[in-house]
Design a binder for this molecule. Structure first.
Ligand code: 4AD
Ligand code: MG
Length: 432
């Protein structure tokens, strides 16, 4: 099967006879012509089978094909000005590889639980294809961006003995008779990496036992966590906005077809490539929310409605700076000018999507960090290695974490992040 042509490459084969490997997604036929909707994993297009142009057997076969039958199709590629894709194949021969009967996901509408139960098949649909292609592009762009900015990718462990983002959302497992946790964040390891190699990023799955059923929470998601030595928060914010603009631009440049399949407004996306992004303080955010009659007071954390409201007020992603200490983790650097907030920021995505990045400058002083850990009741013996980083050549450093699925949800303009990961893990969902 080495000589197969990919549908995506149809433009390079106009008026040539080629063979493609494809599945049938839908079909329409009359006495004289059959239209086969085809997909091969690279794109979707139409196969036209004209009765007079093929053998009787081939025409009969075309008319009998069922949804998701797999086959080798030989035919001639033509331009097709009626479809957005722009090409179709005039079928000459069909060889069935795998029959398919009673495919459960028909072109009609299905409920979300049904679709999630059939996720292994649902992935084949046009919309899911588009989302996964965009996910892939954002992953590739991530490697490219950090490589060109002089970072190295450093893999953090997934089985850990420490819990950087708080102990309430931990998945615990048994590790040869001692408790271990599935990593909630690679950050502490990234900090060790930054002290070793200057600029690093981790990119891996992280786990949070989120009991909340929201459109923004998975229990397993992928996070990109850059960490930079000799860097203060202001400069980290610049890295963050450059990175986000780069991701958006990469999707615009490489995923025109997928954005069209999702009906995504590309002009809207283009606005997010303009820098800088606005910055407001947590104090200002509280003010804005109170003026809009939200029942929040200084010191409260923001939930989805608050973040949605705030992000809706801006045309671009917006940084909310310097949150109260009580609602953020122990490792952040306190604001040198006031003792109630950290030097930190969340980046809220526009169009009501809320937080996609959380980050901060880190505490660099051994004694202060130790005191902070004590205050938050952390077991110091588990963190001695982390304190060591302040013992041996501590330097100002900052970092952040982007939730990949949150970013995809926003860039694809989806209602819920469950479609952005191939096999979502949520409360009540561990299969397929
Ligand atoms: O704000 P968070 O908790 O920050 C950290 O984990 C830091 N250690 C990052 C760092 O400074 N290195 O999480 C970072 C991002 C959030 O902004 C959000 O995009 C995503 O991770 N996130 C989730 N995504 C999906 N499901 C969940 N349950 C998520 N929780 C956080
Ligand atoms: Mg956060």
């Amino acid at each position: 099967m080495t000589q197969l042509t990919r549908i995506r490459d149809a433009k390079d084969h106009v008026n040539e006879t080629v063979t493609i490997g494809a599945w049938l997604t839908d079909k329409r036929s009359s006495g004289k012509i059959a239209f086969l909707q085809l997909r091969d994993g690279s794109a979707f297009f139409q196969g036209v089978v004209v009765k007079n142009a093929v053998s009787e057997d081939t025409f009969a076969l075309a008319k009998s094909l069922r949804q998701e039958t797999s086959m080798l199709i030989t035919g001639e590629i033509h331009e097709d000005s009626r479809s957005h894709f722009g090409y179709e194949i005039e079928v000459k021969d069909i060889k069935v590889l795998g029959e398919s009967e009673d495919y459960p996901i028909t072109p009609k509408e299905h409920g979300i639980e049904f679709l999630l139960d059939h996720r292994h098949l649902w992935l084949r649909s046009k919309r899911q294809f588009a989302i996964q292609q965009i996910r892939n592009r954002m992953i590739q762009a991530t490697y490219q961006f950090f490589d060109q900015e002089g970072f190295i990718k450093m893999d953090a462990p997934i089985l850990t003995g420490t819990a950087p983002e708080g102990t309430t959302e931990l998945f615990e497992t048994d590790y040869f008779d001692t408790p271990a946790y599935l990593s909630q964040s690679g950050q502490l390891y990234a900090e060790a990496g930054a002290m070793a190699y200057g600029k690093v990023y981790t990119f891996g799955p992280v786990f949070r036992a989120e009991k909340s059923k929201t459109r923004r929470h998975l229990t397993e998601f992928w996070m990109i966590e850059p960490e930079m030595a000799f860097m203060h928060q202001a400069e980290s914010l610049e890295v963050q906005e450059r990175y986000i603009a780069f991701l958006v631009q990469a999707v615009i440049d490489h995923c025109e077809y997928e954005l069209h399949l999702l009906d995504r407004d590309v002009d809207q996306l283009r606005k997010y490539t303009k820098l800088p992004y606005p910055r407001i303080s947590y104090d200002q955010a509280i003010d804005m929310l109170q003026k809009a009659n939200f029942e929040v007071k200084w010191g409260d954390d923001f939930g989805s409605p608050e973040e949605t409201y705030l992000s809706d007020q801006f045309e671009q992603p917006v940084f909310v700076l310097n949150y109260p200490k009580s609602i953020k983790p122990f490792y952040m650097l306190p604001d040198p000018d006031r003792d109630d907030v950290y030097v930190c920021a969340d980046l809220l995505a526009p169009e009501g999507y809320g937080e996609i990045i959380g980050g901060s400058e880190r505490e660099v002083d051994y004694d202060k960090l130790q005191a902070e850990m004590e205050k938050k009741g952390l077991d110091q013996s588990a963190y001695q290695w982390y304190l060591d980083l302040r013992q041996y050549g501590s330097v100002p450093h900052a970092g952040f974490g982007l939730g990949l699925e949150r970013a995809i949800t926003w860039i694809c303009h989806l209602d819920h992040l469950r479609e952005t990961i191939p096999f979502p893990r949520m409360l009540n969902r561990l299969r397929p």
